[in-house]
Design a protein around this ligand. Structure first.
Ligand SMILES: [Zn+2]
Length: 456
Protein backbone atom coordinates (compact mmCIF):
# COMPACT_ATOMS: atom_id res chain seq x y z
CA UNK A 1 0.00 0.00 0.00
CA UNK A 2 1.45 3.44 -0.87
CA UNK A 3 2.22 5.78 2.05
CA UNK A 4 -0.69 8.14 1.30
CA UNK A 5 -3.27 5.34 1.37
CA UNK A 6 -1.74 4.01 4.58
CA UNK A 7 -2.24 7.42 6.14
CA UNK A 8 -5.91 7.49 5.10
CA UNK A 9 -6.49 4.03 6.56
CA UNK A 10 -4.68 4.97 9.79
CA UNK A 11 -6.62 8.24 10.05
CA UNK A 12 -9.98 6.54 9.54
CA UNK A 13 -9.08 4.09 12.26
CA UNK A 14 -8.00 7.10 14.37
CA UNK A 15 -11.37 8.86 13.95
CA UNK A 16 -13.14 5.62 14.81
CA UNK A 17 -11.08 5.21 18.00
CA UNK A 18 -11.58 8.86 18.87
CA UNK A 19 -15.35 8.32 18.78
CA UNK A 20 -15.03 5.42 21.21
CA UNK A 21 -12.68 7.26 23.57
CA UNK A 22 -13.88 10.84 23.79
CA UNK A 23 -17.07 12.88 23.81
CA UNK A 24 -18.28 16.26 25.05
CA UNK A 25 -17.99 15.10 28.68
CA UNK A 26 -14.35 14.08 28.44
CA UNK A 27 -13.03 17.40 29.68
CA UNK A 28 -15.26 17.27 32.79
CA UNK A 29 -14.07 13.72 33.51
CA UNK A 30 -10.44 14.82 33.15
CA UNK A 31 -11.01 17.69 35.60
CA UNK A 32 -12.62 15.30 38.10
CA UNK A 33 -9.69 12.89 37.87
CA UNK A 34 -7.21 15.73 38.44
CA UNK A 35 -9.23 16.81 41.47
CA UNK A 36 -9.16 13.27 42.90
CA UNK A 37 -5.33 13.41 42.74
CA UNK A 38 -5.54 15.53 45.92
CA UNK A 39 -8.32 13.70 47.78
CA UNK A 40 -7.90 12.85 51.45
CA UNK A 41 -7.59 9.25 52.57
CA UNK A 42 -11.16 9.34 53.90
CA UNK A 43 -12.48 10.50 50.53
CA UNK A 44 -10.62 7.70 48.74
CA UNK A 45 -11.69 5.04 51.25
CA UNK A 46 -15.36 5.95 50.83
CA UNK A 47 -15.16 6.06 47.05
CA UNK A 48 -13.24 2.81 46.73
CA UNK A 49 -15.54 0.91 49.07
CA UNK A 50 -18.62 1.91 47.04
CA UNK A 51 -17.04 1.12 43.71
CA UNK A 52 -15.55 -2.18 44.81
CA UNK A 53 -18.86 -3.37 46.35
CA UNK A 54 -20.62 -2.58 43.11
CA UNK A 55 -18.03 -4.46 41.03
CA UNK A 56 -17.96 -7.53 43.31
CA UNK A 57 -21.74 -7.72 43.47
CA UNK A 58 -22.05 -7.44 39.71
CA UNK A 59 -19.27 -10.00 39.09
CA UNK A 60 -20.79 -12.60 41.45
CA UNK A 61 -24.32 -12.23 40.07
CA UNK A 62 -24.06 -11.25 36.40
CA UNK A 63 -20.84 -12.79 35.15
CA UNK A 64 -21.11 -16.46 34.04
CA UNK A 65 -17.57 -17.45 34.99
CA UNK A 66 -17.73 -16.12 38.55
CA UNK A 67 -21.29 -17.37 39.07
CA UNK A 68 -20.07 -20.84 38.25
CA UNK A 69 -17.10 -20.54 40.65
CA UNK A 70 -19.27 -19.34 43.52
CA UNK A 71 -21.93 -21.95 42.93
CA UNK A 72 -19.28 -24.71 43.02
CA UNK A 73 -17.93 -23.29 46.25
CA UNK A 74 -21.41 -23.15 47.78
CA UNK A 75 -22.03 -26.80 46.85
CA UNK A 76 -18.90 -27.71 48.77
CA UNK A 77 -20.33 -25.98 51.83
CA UNK A 78 -18.19 -22.85 51.51
CA UNK A 79 -20.10 -19.99 53.15
CA UNK A 80 -17.56 -17.22 52.47
CA UNK A 81 -19.16 -13.97 51.34
CA UNK A 82 -18.37 -12.55 47.93
CA UNK A 83 -18.65 -9.10 49.46
CA UNK A 84 -15.06 -9.31 50.71
CA UNK A 85 -12.30 -9.14 48.15
CA UNK A 86 -10.03 -11.44 50.14
CA UNK A 87 -12.56 -14.27 49.76
CA UNK A 88 -12.14 -14.36 45.99
CA UNK A 89 -9.79 -16.76 44.24
CA UNK A 90 -6.83 -15.40 42.33
CA UNK A 91 -7.58 -15.16 38.62
CA UNK A 92 -4.82 -16.45 36.35
CA UNK A 93 -4.20 -15.05 32.89
CA UNK A 94 -4.50 -18.54 31.38
CA UNK A 95 -8.09 -18.78 32.69
CA UNK A 96 -8.95 -15.41 31.22
CA UNK A 97 -7.46 -16.50 27.91
CA UNK A 98 -9.42 -19.75 27.80
CA UNK A 99 -12.75 -18.47 29.07
CA UNK A 100 -12.61 -14.86 27.73
CA UNK A 101 -16.24 -14.26 26.80
CA UNK A 102 -17.52 -15.93 30.03
CA UNK A 103 -16.19 -12.87 31.84
CA UNK A 104 -18.61 -10.53 30.08
CA UNK A 105 -21.71 -9.70 32.19
CA UNK A 106 -24.78 -11.38 30.71
CA UNK A 107 -26.78 -8.15 30.53
CA UNK A 108 -24.25 -6.81 27.97
CA UNK A 109 -24.33 -7.38 24.25
CA UNK A 110 -20.76 -8.33 23.36
CA UNK A 111 -21.39 -7.50 19.69
CA UNK A 112 -21.95 -3.86 20.59
CA UNK A 113 -18.85 -3.66 22.77
CA UNK A 114 -15.32 -2.72 21.79
CA UNK A 115 -13.20 -5.83 21.54
CA UNK A 116 -9.58 -5.21 22.30
CA UNK A 117 -7.29 -7.96 21.12
CA UNK A 118 -3.84 -7.90 22.69
CA UNK A 119 -1.07 -9.82 21.00
CA UNK A 120 1.47 -10.12 23.82
CA UNK A 121 4.20 -12.70 23.38
CA UNK A 122 3.49 -15.78 21.30
CA UNK A 123 0.48 -17.67 22.56
CA UNK A 124 -0.50 -15.12 25.16
CA UNK A 125 -3.10 -13.12 23.25
CA UNK A 126 -6.18 -11.96 25.11
CA UNK A 127 -9.55 -10.50 24.21
CA UNK A 128 -11.02 -7.77 26.37
CA UNK A 129 -14.57 -6.45 25.92
CA UNK A 130 -15.43 -2.86 26.83
CA UNK A 131 -18.51 -0.69 26.61
CA UNK A 132 -18.10 2.87 25.37
CA UNK A 133 -18.62 4.11 28.92
CA UNK A 134 -15.62 2.08 30.10
CA UNK A 135 -13.44 3.20 27.20
CA UNK A 136 -14.30 6.85 27.88
CA UNK A 137 -13.58 6.52 31.63
CA UNK A 138 -10.22 4.93 30.96
CA UNK A 139 -9.13 7.48 28.37
CA UNK A 140 -10.19 10.37 30.60
CA UNK A 141 -7.89 8.97 33.31
CA UNK A 142 -5.11 8.57 30.74
CA UNK A 143 -5.62 12.07 29.42
CA UNK A 144 -5.35 13.43 32.97
CA UNK A 145 -2.41 11.38 34.23
CA UNK A 146 -0.49 10.47 31.08
CA UNK A 147 -0.74 13.90 29.47
CA UNK A 148 -2.00 16.77 31.61
CA UNK A 149 0.44 15.99 34.41
CA UNK A 150 3.16 16.70 31.84
CA UNK A 151 1.61 19.81 30.32
CA UNK A 152 0.48 18.22 27.04
CA UNK A 153 -2.92 17.11 25.74
CA UNK A 154 -4.43 14.85 23.08
CA UNK A 155 -4.71 17.92 20.86
CA UNK A 156 -0.94 18.31 20.62
CA UNK A 157 0.93 16.54 17.88
CA UNK A 158 2.58 13.42 19.23
CA UNK A 159 4.46 10.35 18.04
CA UNK A 160 4.23 6.81 19.30
CA UNK A 161 6.88 4.13 18.83
CA UNK A 162 4.71 1.09 19.05
CA UNK A 163 4.40 -2.60 18.39
CA UNK A 164 2.03 -2.50 15.42
CA UNK A 165 3.51 -3.56 12.15
CA UNK A 166 2.61 -0.66 9.87
CA UNK A 167 5.03 -1.30 7.03
CA UNK A 168 6.46 -4.69 6.03
CA UNK A 169 9.50 -5.71 8.08
CA UNK A 170 11.48 -6.14 4.83
CA UNK A 171 10.86 -2.59 3.69
CA UNK A 172 14.21 -0.84 3.71
CA UNK A 173 13.24 2.69 2.70
CA UNK A 174 11.41 5.31 4.77
CA UNK A 175 8.70 6.15 5.64
CA UNK A 176 8.52 3.68 8.53
CA UNK A 177 5.65 5.67 10.00
CA UNK A 178 2.17 6.79 9.21
CA UNK A 179 0.31 9.98 10.08
CA UNK A 180 -2.96 9.37 11.91
CA UNK A 181 -4.95 12.60 11.60
CA UNK A 182 -7.76 11.25 13.81
CA UNK A 183 -5.43 11.25 16.80
CA UNK A 184 -2.80 13.86 15.84
CA UNK A 185 -0.42 11.00 16.02
CA UNK A 186 2.61 9.89 14.06
CA UNK A 187 2.64 6.13 14.44
CA UNK A 188 6.23 4.91 14.07
CA UNK A 189 7.27 1.32 13.59
CA UNK A 190 9.47 -0.07 16.35
CA UNK A 191 10.60 -2.86 14.00
CA UNK A 192 12.69 -0.65 11.73
CA UNK A 193 14.91 0.97 14.35
CA UNK A 194 18.06 -0.27 12.66
CA UNK A 195 21.06 2.04 13.12
CA UNK A 196 21.05 3.09 9.44
CA UNK A 197 17.40 4.24 9.60
CA UNK A 198 17.43 6.14 12.87
CA UNK A 199 18.30 9.51 11.37
CA UNK A 200 15.20 9.28 9.16
CA UNK A 201 13.07 8.87 12.27
CA UNK A 202 14.60 11.99 13.80
CA UNK A 203 13.92 14.00 10.67
CA UNK A 204 10.32 12.76 10.53
CA UNK A 205 9.76 13.89 14.13
CA UNK A 206 10.99 17.32 13.21
CA UNK A 207 9.05 17.61 9.95
CA UNK A 208 5.81 16.56 11.63
CA UNK A 209 6.40 19.14 14.40
CA UNK A 210 5.99 16.50 17.10
CA UNK A 211 5.75 17.83 20.67
CA UNK A 212 5.91 14.65 22.69
CA UNK A 213 6.94 11.05 22.26
CA UNK A 214 5.41 7.89 23.70
CA UNK A 215 6.88 4.41 23.44
CA UNK A 216 8.87 1.47 24.71
CA UNK A 217 11.87 2.45 26.84
CA UNK A 218 14.23 0.37 24.69
CA UNK A 219 13.02 1.87 21.37
CA UNK A 220 13.22 5.41 22.73
CA UNK A 221 16.72 4.68 24.03
CA UNK A 222 17.89 3.59 20.54
CA UNK A 223 16.46 6.76 19.06
CA UNK A 224 18.11 8.86 21.77
CA UNK A 225 21.48 7.17 21.23
CA UNK A 226 21.28 7.99 17.56
CA UNK A 227 20.36 11.63 18.17
CA UNK A 228 23.30 11.98 20.52
CA UNK A 229 25.83 10.26 18.27
CA UNK A 230 24.74 12.37 15.29
CA UNK A 231 24.83 15.45 17.49
CA UNK A 232 21.30 16.36 16.49
CA UNK A 233 20.22 19.14 18.79
CA UNK A 234 17.35 20.18 16.54
CA UNK A 235 14.86 17.50 17.63
CA UNK A 236 13.49 18.53 21.01
CA UNK A 237 10.34 17.45 22.85
CA UNK A 238 8.19 18.82 25.67
CA UNK A 239 8.22 15.41 27.33
CA UNK A 240 8.93 11.75 26.56
CA UNK A 241 6.55 9.20 28.10
CA UNK A 242 7.58 5.55 28.37
CA UNK A 243 5.27 2.56 28.64
CA UNK A 244 5.13 -1.25 28.37
CA UNK A 245 8.68 -1.82 29.62
CA UNK A 246 10.40 -0.74 32.83
CA UNK A 247 12.48 2.41 32.46
CA UNK A 248 16.05 2.14 33.72
CA UNK A 249 18.02 5.07 35.08
CA UNK A 250 20.61 5.05 32.30
CA UNK A 251 17.83 5.05 29.67
CA UNK A 252 16.10 7.93 31.37
CA UNK A 253 19.29 10.01 31.37
CA UNK A 254 20.05 9.29 27.72
CA UNK A 255 16.55 10.08 26.45
CA UNK A 256 16.35 13.23 28.52
CA UNK A 257 19.69 14.46 27.22
CA UNK A 258 18.85 13.66 23.59
CA UNK A 259 15.48 15.41 23.49
CA UNK A 260 16.13 18.10 26.10
CA UNK A 261 13.09 17.25 28.19
CA UNK A 262 11.85 15.26 31.19
CA UNK A 263 11.24 11.52 30.72
CA UNK A 264 8.25 10.04 32.54
CA UNK A 265 7.56 6.38 33.23
CA UNK A 266 4.00 5.05 33.09
CA UNK A 267 2.43 1.68 33.76
CA UNK A 268 -0.80 0.22 32.46
CA UNK A 269 -2.27 -2.70 30.54
CA UNK A 270 -4.99 -3.51 28.04
CA UNK A 271 -6.95 -5.36 30.75
CA UNK A 272 -7.29 -2.02 32.60
CA UNK A 273 -6.82 -3.65 36.00
CA UNK A 274 -4.31 -1.09 37.30
CA UNK A 275 -2.22 1.86 36.22
CA UNK A 276 0.43 4.25 37.49
CA UNK A 277 2.33 7.27 36.29
CA UNK A 278 5.37 9.20 37.38
CA UNK A 279 5.07 12.73 38.73
CA UNK A 280 7.55 15.58 38.38
CA UNK A 281 8.89 14.61 41.79
CA UNK A 282 9.98 11.23 40.43
CA UNK A 283 7.38 9.12 42.27
CA UNK A 284 5.36 6.47 40.50
CA UNK A 285 1.78 7.13 41.65
CA UNK A 286 -0.92 4.47 41.45
CA UNK A 287 -4.34 5.35 40.05
CA UNK A 288 -6.69 4.12 42.78
CA UNK A 289 -9.71 4.85 40.56
CA UNK A 290 -8.36 2.46 37.90
CA UNK A 291 -7.88 -0.55 40.13
CA UNK A 292 -7.01 -1.97 43.51
CA UNK A 293 -3.43 -3.20 43.72
CA UNK A 294 -3.01 -5.61 46.63
CA UNK A 295 -0.12 -4.72 48.81
CA UNK A 296 1.49 -7.99 49.71
CA UNK A 297 4.44 -8.32 52.02
CA UNK A 298 7.60 -9.83 50.75
CA UNK A 299 9.95 -12.03 52.75
CA UNK A 300 12.83 -9.84 51.62
CA UNK A 301 12.96 -6.08 51.74
CA UNK A 302 13.16 -4.36 48.37
CA UNK A 303 12.18 -7.51 46.57
CA UNK A 304 9.74 -7.57 43.67
CA UNK A 305 6.31 -9.07 44.35
CA UNK A 306 3.71 -10.16 41.82
CA UNK A 307 0.91 -7.69 41.26
CA UNK A 308 -2.63 -8.88 42.05
CA UNK A 309 -5.14 -6.31 40.81
CA UNK A 310 -8.89 -5.75 40.73
CA UNK A 311 -10.04 -3.46 37.96
CA UNK A 312 -12.51 -0.71 38.84
CA UNK A 313 -13.04 0.81 35.40
CA UNK A 314 -14.70 -2.10 33.57
CA UNK A 315 -17.77 -3.41 35.47
CA UNK A 316 -18.92 -5.31 32.37
CA UNK A 317 -15.90 -7.59 32.20
CA UNK A 318 -14.73 -7.49 35.81
CA UNK A 319 -11.30 -8.88 36.60
CA UNK A 320 -11.14 -9.72 40.29
CA UNK A 321 -7.82 -10.47 41.98
CA UNK A 322 -6.17 -10.82 38.61
CA UNK A 323 -2.52 -11.82 38.44
CA UNK A 324 -1.45 -9.36 35.77
CA UNK A 325 1.93 -11.00 35.17
CA UNK A 326 4.09 -8.09 36.31
CA UNK A 327 6.02 -7.50 39.50
CA UNK A 328 6.70 -4.35 41.49
CA UNK A 329 8.49 -3.20 44.60
CA UNK A 330 6.22 -1.51 47.08
CA UNK A 331 7.18 1.46 49.17
CA UNK A 332 7.92 0.29 52.69
CA UNK A 333 6.37 3.32 54.31
CA UNK A 334 3.50 5.64 53.52
CA UNK A 335 5.17 8.56 51.85
CA UNK A 336 3.98 12.06 51.26
CA UNK A 337 5.04 13.12 47.82
CA UNK A 338 6.52 16.55 47.26
CA UNK A 339 4.10 17.02 44.35
CA UNK A 340 1.20 17.20 46.82
CA UNK A 341 -0.80 14.36 45.28
CA UNK A 342 -2.20 11.81 47.69
CA UNK A 343 -2.17 8.84 45.28
CA UNK A 344 -0.23 5.87 46.73
CA UNK A 345 3.31 5.32 45.49
CA UNK A 346 4.91 2.25 43.95
CA UNK A 347 8.65 2.19 44.39
CA UNK A 348 9.43 0.44 41.10
CA UNK A 349 7.78 -1.57 38.37
CA UNK A 350 10.02 -4.54 37.65
CA UNK A 351 8.28 -5.69 34.51
CA UNK A 352 7.05 -9.12 33.62
CA UNK A 353 7.38 -11.99 36.05
CA UNK A 354 9.20 -13.88 33.30
CA UNK A 355 11.79 -11.14 33.30
CA UNK A 356 13.04 -11.83 36.81
CA UNK A 357 15.79 -14.18 37.88
CA UNK A 358 15.65 -16.62 40.78
CA UNK A 359 18.42 -17.39 43.24
CA UNK A 360 19.02 -20.66 45.06
CA UNK A 361 18.14 -18.96 48.36
CA UNK A 362 14.68 -18.06 47.07
CA UNK A 363 15.15 -14.41 46.12
CA UNK A 364 13.79 -12.88 42.94
CA UNK A 365 16.11 -10.42 41.26
CA UNK A 366 15.13 -7.73 38.79
CA UNK A 367 16.74 -4.52 37.52
CA UNK A 368 20.02 -6.07 36.47
CA UNK A 369 21.06 -3.20 34.21
CA UNK A 370 23.68 -1.90 36.69
CA UNK A 371 25.85 -4.93 35.88
CA UNK A 372 26.52 -3.29 32.50
CA UNK A 373 27.56 0.03 33.97
CA UNK A 374 30.49 1.52 32.03
CA UNK A 375 30.67 -1.60 29.88
CA UNK A 376 31.87 0.02 26.68
CA UNK A 377 31.85 -2.18 23.61
CA UNK A 378 28.45 -3.69 24.38
CA UNK A 379 25.63 -2.26 22.27
CA UNK A 380 22.88 -4.27 23.93
CA UNK A 381 22.59 -7.34 26.07
CA UNK A 382 20.12 -9.86 27.32
CA UNK A 383 20.50 -11.99 30.44
CA UNK A 384 18.99 -15.47 30.18
CA UNK A 385 18.58 -17.77 33.15
CA UNK A 386 18.89 -21.43 32.09
CA UNK A 387 18.86 -23.03 35.52
CA UNK A 388 19.18 -21.94 39.14
CA UNK A 389 22.95 -22.07 38.77
CA UNK A 390 23.49 -21.02 35.19
CA UNK A 391 23.13 -17.77 33.29
CA UNK A 392 23.90 -16.84 29.70
CA UNK A 393 24.62 -13.25 28.71
CA UNK A 394 23.80 -12.64 25.04
CA UNK A 395 25.26 -9.44 23.73
CA UNK A 396 25.83 -7.42 20.60
CA UNK A 397 29.40 -6.20 20.57
CA UNK A 398 30.38 -2.79 19.30
CA UNK A 399 33.53 -0.75 18.82
CA UNK A 400 35.89 -0.91 21.75
CA UNK A 401 34.78 -4.31 22.99
CA UNK A 402 37.34 -6.07 25.14
CA UNK A 403 37.06 -9.61 26.44
CA UNK A 404 38.02 -8.46 29.95
CA UNK A 405 34.65 -6.80 30.41
CA UNK A 406 33.07 -10.27 30.55
CA UNK A 407 34.84 -11.00 33.80
CA UNK A 408 33.61 -7.74 35.33
CA UNK A 409 30.03 -8.44 34.28
CA UNK A 410 30.20 -12.04 35.54
CA UNK A 411 31.44 -10.98 38.95
CA UNK A 412 28.76 -8.29 39.23
CA UNK A 413 26.12 -10.91 38.41
CA UNK A 414 27.60 -13.24 41.02
CA UNK A 415 27.44 -10.43 43.56
CA UNK A 416 23.69 -10.27 43.02
CA UNK A 417 22.86 -13.91 42.35
CA UNK A 418 25.33 -15.83 44.52
CA UNK A 419 27.29 -18.85 43.31
CA UNK A 420 26.33 -19.16 39.63
CA UNK A 421 28.00 -19.93 36.35
CA UNK A 422 27.97 -17.14 33.76
CA UNK A 423 28.50 -17.83 30.05
CA UNK A 424 28.78 -15.24 27.30
CA UNK A 425 27.41 -15.47 23.80
CA UNK A 426 28.18 -12.79 21.22
CA UNK A 427 25.30 -12.44 18.74
CA UNK A 428 24.46 -10.33 15.68
CA UNK A 429 21.25 -9.02 17.17
CA UNK A 430 18.84 -9.64 20.00
CA UNK A 431 15.39 -10.80 18.96
CA UNK A 432 12.39 -8.73 19.95
CA UNK A 433 9.11 -10.29 21.09
CA UNK A 434 6.16 -10.67 18.70
CA UNK A 435 4.95 -7.23 19.83
CA UNK A 436 8.38 -5.67 19.26
CA UNK A 437 9.44 -5.45 22.90
CA UNK A 438 12.98 -5.86 24.05
CA UNK A 439 13.49 -8.20 26.99
CA UNK A 440 16.55 -7.34 29.04
CA UNK A 441 16.11 -10.42 31.20
CA UNK A 442 14.58 -13.75 30.24
CA UNK A 443 13.88 -16.44 32.81
CA UNK A 444 13.76 -19.88 31.21
CA UNK A 445 13.39 -21.70 34.53
CA UNK A 446 10.35 -23.99 34.49
CA UNK A 447 7.51 -22.75 36.71
CA UNK A 448 7.94 -25.59 39.20
CA UNK A 449 11.62 -24.75 39.73
CA UNK A 450 10.69 -21.10 40.28
CA UNK A 451 8.16 -21.89 42.97
CA UNK A 452 10.51 -24.44 44.55
CA UNK A 453 13.17 -21.73 44.68
CA UNK A 454 10.72 -19.18 46.08
CA UNK A 455 9.58 -21.50 48.87
CA UNK A 456 13.19 -22.00 49.86
ZN1 LIG B 1 4.24 12.93 43.32
Amino acid sequence: MPASSRSIVASLRGYYLRWWRYDKNTEARVEEALERDYWTKAQWDGWKQDRLSYILHRAANKVPYYREVWSKRRKKGDRASYEYLENWDILEKSTLRQRGSDFVADDCDAKRMFRDHTSGTTGTSLDIWLTRETVKSWYALSEARWRRWYGVSKKDRWAILGGQLIVPVRQNRPPFWVWNAGMNQLYMSSYHLAPEFLRFYLTALKEHRIRYLVGYSSSLTSLAQSALSERRKDVTMDVVITNAEPLYDHQKELISEAFGCPVMETYGMAEMAAAASECSNGSLHQWPDAGVIEKSDSAFADQPVELICTGLVNPDMPLIRYRVGDSAIFSDKAEDCGCGRTLPILKKIEGRNDDLLYTTDGRRVGRLDPVFKDASGIAEAQIVQISLREIVVRFVGSEGFEKAIERTIASRLQDRMGDIEVHFERVEKIERTASGKFRAVVCELPAEERSAAASG
